[in-house]
Ligand binder design. Structure first.
Ligand SMILES: *Cc1c(COP(=O)(O)O)cnc(C)c1O
Length: 233
């Protein structure tokens, strides 16, 4: 087994263990492999080890990888855009990705919807919540969620699937859990209003267990699968 296959197996075990501890089925938690800055060869190793869903932060880099894998017949992979999105890059996301996790304003959502090609399925979107990091410019507050969700849900090129957050780094499990639970409560409320909502993208390497215990359905893991990145992002 190569390193990436080995790492993936370990992460899958950790997800199962975390799910079992809180009486959830491990199938309820999707592993998103965050492959930003990593070469296509690393992604190919993960694909060979059974990984299907990949997260990319940089539009251009992601689009190049999507092309490469589609051209080589890998049409069953799922590509998630998880980086901050500028208006001038929205078209590339709309035309190539399957998911966008970082919708946090109507203007971007409207552009993504208009730019989504008619022959593609609606773009799956998550609304990004700024749950704990006051220094971050990305994401809306929970108080703003209802209004934006209503607008996003009405856009024909988009399918509202749920919420995403990047909590501020926090070593203490109980505090991680408290933040994750705020997200889970908002997610639960959204789910009752929109039948398309089924995804809470929450949890990275250091807070994965707390996120799963609170109800995350998608964890985003990079370094623990692919190793350290050459430049910090
Ligand atoms: C980079 C990134 C991750 C993965 O981070 P690691 O520390 O490498 O596991 C997850 N989510 C987002 C939004 C990221 O930008």
């Amino acid at each position: 087994m190569n390193d990436i296959a080995h790492n993936l197996a370990q992460i899958r075990d950790k997800i199962s263990a975390a799910a079992t501890r809180c009486c959830r089925a491990s199938e309820e938690v999707t592993l998103l492999a965050v492959s930003k800055t990593k070469p296509a060869s690393a992604i190919a190793e993960a694909v060979a080890a059974g990984q299907r869903a990949f997260g990319e932060n940089y539009v251009q880099e992601g689009v190049e990888k999507i092309h490469l894998f589609r051209e080589t017949g890998h049409t069953n992979l799922e590509w998630h855009f998880i980086g901050p999105l500028q208006s001038n890059k929205s078209r590339l996301v709309a035309e190539h990705f399957d998911w966008c996790h970082t919708v946090d304003r109507l203007r971007i959502a409207t552009r993504l919807s208009e730019q989504r090609p008619a022959d593609m399925a609606a773009l799956n979107v998550l609304i990004q919540i700024n749950i704990s990091d006051e220094n971050s410019k990305s994401g809306i507050t929970l108080a703003e969620l209802d209004a934006l969700a209503e607008q996003v849900a009405a856009l024909p090129g988009l399918k509202l699937r749920g919420l995403m957050a990047i909590p501020a780094p926090e070593p203490d499990y109980d505090r991680q859990f408290a933040v994750a639970q705020q997200m889970a409560v908002a997610f639960g409320a959204l789910k009752t209003r929109y039948p398309t909502v089924d995804t809470l993208s929450l949890g990275m390497t250091d807070d994965m267990d707390a996120a799963i215990a609170a109800g995350s359905t998608m964890v985003r893991i990079g370094t623990a699968i692919f190793g350290a990145r050459d430049y910090p992002q």
